[in-house]
Design a protein around this ligand. Structure first.
Ligand code: ARG
Length: 579
């Protein structure tokens, strides 16, 4: 919890205790009611008193007035300087002295760890994310899982948790039967070696187009998959090759995003681990026969039955997920296992978690599904089967090229490898940032121009602001001036707002973790950039009127660099020092 809110909550609780004896509202609840007013000229924090009208049996206006009269300077905590009623709100102003002598030095001492804690020490979190399906393209649909998952990993690590990131590759299932049929009929080894995953996708799309006309292809695919499952050498070799070709491409994308995994145990890893769980399901009398297939009846939980074994005995996605959950618990003893996938899989995970619980695993309540909405590009939905996909690599390439051109104009001095790397970091960052700006569950319609706008609420704008702090500090070092907090202090509204925004960083991380919602950090970044840029435009830094002010403003700039750097890192953006 944010320190300032916490202390404000305590002060309000005291006031209520004295003014309205017998009413019990906890300081924590009061703190959680506090809001950040959009117009900071009124104050930095506001208590909407309508939330208290019922327990206090008084109108919001009267509550605000009486609390305001009571909370004189001597009754306020050190972090606040005043409490003033405006209508039904009680507005608090933070103390400039507190911002100058507590908030600012604290950030400078802690550097990029200014929002970190060790609350997760000793706890392990398994995160299952990205998990593309082999031989299918890495398209924008998987971007959500990849960046939300990785950002959550960074957030939890920032809070001291031990994290295990798993790429649960879709490397098993009937689609491989289809791929094998398609390759045997129409494929060419050299073409695939050269063209990579795109050629595999061509084959996959062709299979579906042909299967529309020739129904026997589906049967043939089932047979080929059966051969693969029963260890046919030729099919196994093809299957491994499809995986290698796909991995090569995924690795390029992960590298661009700066993402690594602790484990690549995909679906095929669980082939020999399913029997034990199927046996356990049977022993617990959970399996029912249904037209030759084995299902778990979940009608009692208002869910459709869950298929565990097909009538030909083959296993399914869910069967492998049961084995995977058990294996992960046995291996990592996780405190939580988080799955990040599109909301299309909500039912799958609800069924999976229920089955794990019915099987008697007492850790079932540690499994968490984190769903996200769909992505369309300029209004068009995506589907692999019809070939209507927008590949992430194409999106990254186009964004990088456009940023490259913008940088050429903005900063002609940037050249060579540094320029290329910066363009890629900003181009990729633009897409990630855009993606992580709205709440994860909302459907997104991606628009490249919006994402790349350096003046909008975008990744490039945030990265550019970060580069601006770096450039100011570089210049100061070159001039031999050091930031210093011991002299000078807050004198302008812009300085106050920037420092107050800095003090909110830890809370943004709290909320992002609580709700599995990296977008809280993204939106915090936008608030911080807005505050800092207002400060930058209205308050000269290196040319301020006296040395005291210069050094104080440099300290402020340095604190923004630390916090912004930490925040960018938490949402998987690279910190570009020059743009
Ligand atoms: N491969 C799946 C897909 O692309 C996502 C896997 C998610 N993880 C899991 N354990 N089911 O839809």
């Amino acid at each position: 919890m944010n320190k300032i809110k916490e202390n404000t909550g305590i002060a309000i609780a005291h006031a209520i205790n004295d003014l309205y004896p017998g009413v019990e509202i906890t300081p924590q609840d009061l703190a959680s009611y506090l809001e950040y007013p959009p117009d900071t000229s009124m104050g930095n924090l506001a208590l909407p008193c309508f939330r208290l009208s019922r327990p206090l049996r008084t109108s919001p206006d009267k509550i605000a007035a009486s609390l305001g009269r009571y909370l004189t300077a001597d009754k306020l905590p050190a972090c606040l300087s005043s409490a003033k009623p405006t209508g039904g709100y009680l507005n608090f102003r933070v103390s400039d002295n507190y911002l100058t002598s507590t908030v600012l030095p604290d950030i400078l001492v802690r550097g990029e760890l200014c929002g970190a804690t060790d609350e997760g020490a000793g706890k392990t979190i398994v995160l299952d994310y990205s998990s593309p399906n082999v031989a299918k393209p890495f398209h924008v649909g998987h971007l959500g899982s990849t960046v939300i998952g990785h950002s959550l990993r960074k957030l939890f690590e920032y809070r001291g948790y031990k994290c295990i990131s798993i790429n649960h590759l879709g490397d098993w299932g009937t689609q491989f039967g289809k791929m094998i049929v398609a390759y045997k009929r129409w494929g060419d080894c050299d073409v695939i070696e050269r063209g990579g995953i795109d050629e595999l996708v061509e084959l996959y799309v062709k299979f579906h187009a042909e299967a529309e006309v020739d129904k026997s292809l589906e049967d043939e695919a089932r047979q080929e998959f059966h051969k693969l499952e029963t260890g046919d050498e030729e099919n196994l070799k093809l299957w491994r090759w499809f995986i290698d070709v796909s991995m090569k491409e995924y690795d390029i994308t992960y590298k661009q995003l700066g993402i690594t995994f602790d484990s690549y145990a995909g679906e095929s890893f669980y082939i020999d681990k399913m029997d034990a769980q199927i046996e356990k399901l049977r022993e617990a009398s959970l399996l029912k026969l249904d037209n030759g297939a084995s299902i778990v009846d979940l009608s009692e939980y208002d869910m459709p039955p869950c298929l565990i074994l097909k009538s030909d005995g083959s296993t399914l996605y869910t069967t492998r997920d049961i084995a995977a959950a058990v294996y992960r618990y046995d291996t990592y003893h996780f405190d939580r296992c988080i799955y990040v996938t599109s909301s299309a899989q909500c039912l799958h995970f609800a069924q999976l978690f229920r089955i794990i619980s019915l099987m008697g695993y007492n850790w079932a309540d540690r499994l968490v599904h984190v769903p996200y909405g769909t992505v369309s590009i300029n209004g068009e939905k995506l589907a692999t089967r019809t070939g209507n996909v927008v590949l992430l690599k194409d999106l990254f390439r186009i964004a990088t090229e456009k940023v490259y051109d913008i940088i050429s104009e903005k900063n002609p001095a940037l050249e060579g490898e540094e320029k290329r790397a910066t363009a890629e970091a900003v181009g990729v960052g633009a897409i990630v940032f855009y993606y992580l700006t709205s709440n994860r569950i909302r459907d997104i319609n991606f628009n490249m121009d919006d994402a790349l706008n350096f003046e909008g609420n975008t990744g490039p704008y945030a990265m550019y602001t970060y580069a601006r702090t770096c450039s100011i500090l570089r210049k100061a070092t070159a001039d031999g001036i050091e930031p210093d907090t011991s002299c000078g202090g807050v004198t302008t509204p812009e300085e106050r707002e920037t420092l107050f925004t800095l003090s909110r960083f830890g809370e943004a991380v709290d909320f992002a973790i609580r709700d599995y919602e990296p977008s809280v950090v993204t939106r915090y970044i936008l608030d911080l950039c807005a505050a800092f840029n207002r400060f930058y435009h209205n308050c000269p830094i290196l040319t301020a009127k006296d040395e005291k002010t210069v050094r104080f403003r440099l300290a402020l700039t340095s604190a923004v660099k630390n916090t912004l750097g930490a925040a960018l890192d938490l949402i998987c953006l690279k910190k570009t020092e020059k743009i």
